[in-house]
Ligand binder design. Structure first.
Ligand SMILES: [Zn+2]
Length: 72
C-alpha cells in the first residue's frame, strides 16, 4: 500500500513538472513589448528590434557597433 501511495506521489510530481515546463515554454503575449523596441548595447540608442544586429544575446543598432561590442 505504501508503494502504491509513493507511485501516486511520483505521478503527481511528474505531472506538476510537465505543467510548469509547458508554462515556461509559452510566455503570455502581454510579456512582449508593444512596439518591440530594443536598445543598442554599445551606444544605448533605442530602435525597432527588426533593424537590430544581434550577437551573444545582445542587440546593436548597426554592424559597426556589433563589431565594437559592449561599451566599457
Ligand atoms: Zn549603437
Amino acid at each position: 500500500m505504501a508503494k502504491f501511495l509513493l507511485f501516486i506521489a511520483v505521478l503527481a510530481v511528474v505531472y506538476w513538472l510537465v505543467r510548469a515546463s509547458n508554462r515556461r515554454g509559452r510566455p503570455p503575449p502581454a510579456a512582449r513589448m508593444p512596439e518591440s523596441m530594443t536598445q543598442c548595447a554599445h551606444c544605448g540608442v533605442h530602435f525597432p528590434r527588426d533593424e537590430s544586429v544581434s550577437e551573444g544575446g545582445r542587440d546593436y543598432c548597426c554592424e559597426d557597433h556589433r563589431r565594437l561590442g559592449v561599451r566599457s
